[in-house]
Design a protein. Structure first.
Length: 103
């Protein structure tokens, strides 16, 4: 699936970077340009997939964030994986509050 390939290309830009280097990646014009292009590719394929499946991306994201348990402190969730191959989770309220308004 093309989406997975594009996500792989995006991740490759960060593969050998420290967290500090990753946070500053956009300050390098060459790397920043590549990251911006890969995020654009991911967005195009994700948007197209959602369109074909009839999924409202904003509604799906908001529903997902509403279902993140608020009882666990964010410091205990950051960078942690659940056993059994579960996905990394972040505290929903913290994530929502860090996003810029899109309205």
């Amino acid at each position: 699936m093309a989406l997975a390939g594009e996500v792989g290309e995006l991740i490759a830009e960060f593969q050998w970077l420290t967290p500090e280097q990753s946070a500053a990646v956009m300050s390098d014009p060459d790397v920043g340009s590549r990251v911006r292009a890969e995020i654009g590719d991911v967005m195009i394929y994700l948007t197209r997939l959602a369109d074909v499946l009839g999924i409202d991306l904003t509604a799906a994201a908001l529903t997902k964030l509403e279902n993140v348990p608020a009882a666990t402190p964010p410091s205990r969730l950051a960078g942690r994986r659940r056993s059994g191959g579960g996905r990394q989770r972040q505290h929903g309220a913290q994530l929502i509050s860090s996003l810029p308004s899109i309205t």
